[in-house]
Design a protein around this ligand. Structure first.
Ligand code: FAD
Length: 291
């Protein structure tokens, strides 16, 4: 199903997983997706494409297709980055998605790195425009940044660039993770003022340890509020207490977002079924999801 059609009908609950890398096999990834689907019945699952420069993009479509063709026929969203890709590469990717029952692509630029230079696309908006022109039946999502993208001079510039992506035809947006909901509410107001009208799905990552949140904050430029630092200081070196602090904090964020009305909630599950199940349960408790 096209994600925009689901978003036009209801508030969604979705999850992100990443495809196999290292000793994590395709079979394990399929098993993980099955487990998550059975536990949480998400509206859709997104599958990353070489996120963080991991190079694990070759199985993105295979895993997305397995999700779409599973017994539950859960909608899937295959990520695609355009740095280092030619128009021919994008055509092949989109055609493979269509052949394998994947109707949604998250069109991203990716991060600059050796081997990821500009070929035919400089920005995500170029990829969005190309996909809309050449594969109009594919539903195309894009990324957005409540605290601004790390390369942007300021939030105004970032919103002006985001508007270009929306004007290129993006069907919906998914936010980068953030730890302070006020940043998202301010961002949503700015989008309204800029006449950005597409649905904005909110991405939340329950942190699993002090080390992990530090790495994520550095990688995506998300700021860590003092209230999170206090909880992690209280957890000390106890890894289980750090994980519990992350789950509790994410659930508080999600409940507040649910109360304030959002188009959709998307969980960066980090391939951890427990994270998916915990966030699902808290959204059932607060009435956002049905039991
Ligand atoms: P863009 O929208 O192109 O923006 C990049 C920068 O350029 C921004 O600073 C923007 O303000 C600026 N800009 C945009 N258009 C213009 C213009 N016309 N003129 C001047 N400046 C402009 N990375 C992966 O490698 N794999 C993944 O699977 C992946 N999944 C992600 C999922 C989500 C929901 C998010 C939020 C990010 C994801 N990323 C992933 C990270 C993403 O690739 C990086 O954040 C990347 O640096 C920017 O990608 P973008 O699509 O937002 O780029």
């Amino acid at each position: 199903m096209r994600i925009r059609d689901i978003l036009d009908r209801k508030q969604t609950f979705s999850l992100e997983i990443f495809p196999p890398k290292g000793d994590f096999s395709v079979e394990t990834a399929k098993g993980l997706a099955d487990q998550i689907m059975a536990q949480t019945q998400p509206d859709w699952i997104s599958v990353t494409f070489s996120a963080g420069g991991s190079g694990n993009s070759q199985n993105t479509i295979a895993i997305s297709s397995q999700i779409a063709q599973s017994e539950a026929q859960t909608t899937s969203l295959a990520h695609l980055t355009c740095l280092g890709s030619s128009k021919k590469d994008v055509d092949a990717y989109a055609a493979a998605c269509e052949e394998q029952g994947v109707q949604n692509i998250l069109a991203l630029r990716g991060d600059h790195a050796p081997g990821r230079e500009v070929i035919d696309f400089e920005y995500a908006s170029d990829l969005v425009a190309y996909l809309k022109e050449t594969h109009p039946q594919i539903c195309v999502g894009g990324a957005c940044y409540p605290e601004g993208h790390v390369e942007s001079a300021d939030l105004d510039e970032d919103i002006r660039n985001l508007k270009k992506k929306v004007d290129a035809g993006v069907d919906f947006l998914v936010t980068q993770l953030f730890f302070n909901n006020e940043d998202f509410y301010r961002f949503r107001d700015r989008c309204n003022r800029a006449r950005i009208k597409v649905p904005i799905v909110v991405g939340i990552m329950p942190f699993t340890s002090t080390k992990q949140i530090q790495r994520m904050a550095f990688n995506c430029g998300a700021s860590i509020p003092a209230k999170v630092i206090k909880r992690l200081v209280a957890a000390g070196d106890d890894l289980d207490a750090q994980r519990r602090a992350g789950t509790e904090y994410a659930c508080e964020q999600l409940e507040d977002l649910a109360k304030n009305g959002v188009d959709g909630l998307h969980i960066y599950s980090m391939n951890k079924p427990q994270v998916a199940a915990d966030t699902h349960d808290c959204l059932v408790s607060c009435g956002y999801l049905k039991a």
